[in-house]
Design a protein around this ligand. Structure first.
Ligand code: TYD
Length: 223
């Protein structure tokens, strides 16, 4: 018998919103309930996509313009979906992904002005039917997020997008909130300005509200 498709949860948000920490905590909590969980991230999440990630985040592609960046994020996503996300969903695993198509809509679309029709076409090719069942938008005031990101970098160099100015990051926040407003079925906005434990509790509550079964032990495998 083919296993039921797993669930696909994405975490989105600006710099310093705590997505990576919360993605890991959520994956641990679901796994503790006995479920098969795959924790992954974008750009990256498969060997091919990790190679593209390096070029995107070290700034090498920036001079080529936002369209080229969008194409490369799409190339990375195509490999990530094919190699990691779709196989996991097909075997019934829960996939927790740190950033996905909403990041492209925000950074390359709203900020980079890449044509929305091109982005939709790329989504269709790269993600196909592997669309998130639930997206958690971790929302923090821009100043808080940037201060956290700087503290995390400990004076090291900022990556391609961290290096943009405050007004860029204000627009990022507004664009994410606009997506969540337009797609309230799929998206839940979480106030991520609170301590990590509190945010983790809110994340868990949102997942429970959407899929009660996430934290109940899964049925034992058939003999
Ligand atoms: P990353 O180091 O993963 O940091 P973060 O903790 O902020 O997630 O950086 C990913 C960067 O790539 C982030 O600044 C957003 C950007 N990005 C895009 O511009 N488009 C995309 O489609 C994705 C997935 C990420």
């Amino acid at each position: 018998m083919t296993p039921a498709r797993g669930r696909f949860i994405t975490l989105e948000g600006g710099e310093g919103s705590g997505k990576s920490t919360q993605a890991r905590r959520l994956a641990d909590a679901i796994s503790a309930a006995g479920r098969d969980v795959v924790l992954t991230r974008e750009p990256g999440g498969s060997p091919g996509a990790e190679i593209v990630r390096e070029a995107l985040l070290n700034g090498a592609v920036k001079p080529l313009g936002a369209d080229a960046e969008a194409l490369l994020f799409a190339a990375a996503r195509a490999d990530h979906v094919d190699q990691t996300i779709r196989p996991a969903l097909e075997r019934g695993a829960w996939v927790i992904c740190d950033r996905f198509i909403d990041s492209t809509r925000v950074y390359q679309g709203a900020l980079g002005q890449v044509d929305a029709r091109l982005l939709r076409a790329l989504e269709a090719v790269t993600a196909g039917d592997a669309r998130p069942d639930l997206t958690l938008l971790l929302d923090v005031p821009t100043t808080t997020g940037l201060a956290r990101a700087r503290a995390r970098a400990k004076g090291g160099p900022a990556d391609r997008f961290e290096g943009e100015g405050a007004s860029f990051h204000h627009k990022v926040r507004a664009a994410f909130l606009e997506i969540a407003r337009e797609d309230g079925e799929r998206c839940v906005v979480i106030d991520a300005s609170q301590p990590a434990d509190l945010v983790a509790a809110r994340v868990k509550k949102a997942v429970l509200a959407r899929f009660g079964e996430a934290f109940s032990a899964s049925a034992p495998a058939a003999p």
